[in-house]
Structure formats: C-alpha cells, structure tokens
Design a protein around this ligand. Sequence first.
Ligand SMILES: NC(=O)c1ccc[n+]([C@@H]2O[C@H](COP(=O)([O-])OP(=O)(O)OC[C@H]3O[C@@H](n4cnc5c(N)ncnc54)[C@H](O)[C@@H]3O)[C@@H](O)[C@H]2O)c1
Length: 257
Amino acid sequence: MGRSAGRTAVITGAAQGIGQAIALRLAQEGARVAVLDLADTNVTAGLCRAAGAEVLARTVDVAQRGSIAAAVDEIAGAWGRIDIWVNNAGIFDDTPLEELSEARWDRVIDVNYKSMFLCCQLVAPLMKAQGWGRIVNLASMAAKVAFPNEVAYCSSKSAVVGLTRALAVELGPAGITVNAICPGPIDTEMLAYTYQRLADQNGITLDAWRARILETIPAGRYGQPADVAALVAFLASEDASFINAQAINIDGGMVFY
Ligand SMILES: NC(=O)c1ccc[n+]([C@@H]2O[C@H](COP(=O)([O-])OP(=O)(O)OC[C@H]3O[C@@H](n4cnc5c(N)ncnc54)[C@H](O)[C@@H]3O)[C@@H](O)[C@H]2O)c1
C-alpha cells in the first residue's frame, strides 16, 4: 500500500519533465492523479495508468482562472475530493532587463506565480472542508540565488516562496500544509534549452557548459525528475504533516539556506 493510497492528486505542467515524474510517483504511491497541462498529457496519463492509477487528463492554462476552475470542478465532481495539489507548471526566461517587454514580464509572472495564487484560491475551500490538504509549489534555486538576465524568472520564483509562507500560516490551522521546493539543475527540456543558450553565449559547447556547472554540484551529478518527485511524494504524505511553510532545496548541496 503506497503512502498516498486513497488520495486524489492534481499536478500542473504534467506533460513532461518534473511534472510527469511527480504524477508517475504519486500514481505509484497509490493516488488517483489528474494531470493538467497546456500541452498533450497522453504520455503521462499512459504511464500513470500503467502504474495502476485512475487518471484524468485535461488541457489547462494555469494563468487563466476559468481554465483552472473548470478542471477543479470536473475533478471534484468525478472524485469528490482533492487532497494533494502540486503547482509545477512553469516557464523559463532569460531576457536581459533592457530587452524585457512588459508583456513577457507579465506572462512569466502569471504562469510561474499568479497561477499558484489562482490554483490555491480555487482548491483551498475543498481542502478546508476535508480538514486535510497538501500543497507543493515548485520554486527554484533561483528563488534564493540570482542569475544574470533572469530578472523575471528569479522574481517569479522568489515570489512563490513568499506566497507559500503566507498560505502556509493561513491554511495551517485547517489541516493543510503548504511547502515550496527549490530544485537546482534537473535534467529536463527546460534545463537543456537554458544550458544550450548559456553555452552559446559563452562560446562553448553544451557538454563543456555542463561540465563547468557539474564542478559546482557537490553531489557530483545532475538532478533527475525522479529526485524531485520523491521529495514531493514525501511532502504529500502523512509522514510530512509537521513540515509547513518551508522552501526546501533539492540541489545536491549547491545552496545552504
Ligand atoms: N529543470 C530544472 O532544472 C528546474 C530547476 C528549478 C525549478 N524548476 C521548475 O520546475 C518546474 C518544472 O520544470 P521542468 O524542468 O520540468 O520544465 P519543462 O519545461 O520540461 O516542463 C514544464 C511543463 O509546464 C507546462 N506549462 C508551461 N506553461 C503552462 C501553462 N500556462 N499552463 C499549463 N502548463 C504549462 C509545459 O507545457 C510543460 O509541460 C517549473 O516550475 C520550473 O521552473 C526546474
């Protein structure tokens, strides 16, 4: 029996990468999973069903209240409860300050940050009524350390940590925990895209860039989506009921605070 047997979990940005690994892990832990994404979630849904889980797959733009509300209504209507909500969907941006348009700033903030406010506002009443809930928000090491040309991305991820703390103290008395996760470099399409651009800017190959960063990771390896999924599965479990309002690093030892 998995740690999330009988639970209902929702994962945003579940079509690939970290979100897909989280959905699969929660399915393996016994949860029913709803996988939401702008992109096609068929692959993720298939993996979760193969693990024995009941699955709902829906197209959702997490920056749009109506889009999320429709999914929440459908999931709650089908399964009667939502126990675990993982705010994972996100986009990267590396536009230098002076080239960053207001429209792009707004999109990064809306997808990475405002979406979490919208999702939490829509799911909190259900969790309060149940007297039990787990919310996990994907921030980043970029919430704690800054990188050049990432003003929108770093700001959005720092804001996620503030939102997490505020919601944790507001919802804690209702039996809900809210925590953020701050991953370092995790091998996904987002990282491949980011590192290719950084390698190009530095005039070196992708392999040379990856080797340079590897030297700064005390664990001596890159993170994998399954590493993050294991942490989410723990935070979503009964074992983590006294962990609340935290921004937990998962980065092989790169950041200490
Ligand atoms: N990969 C890393 O090294 C790393 C490090 C720190 C934090 N993160 C964070 O982890 C999360 C997942 O990252 P990843 O590396 O798996 O990224 P990814 O780009 O591989 O996957 C992100 C997913 O989010 C979806 N998405 C984007 N905008 C959306 C929207 N408006 N509505 C619904 N879905 C949307 C995409 O379609 C995609 O499936 C992100 O929040 C990211 O910022 C990643």
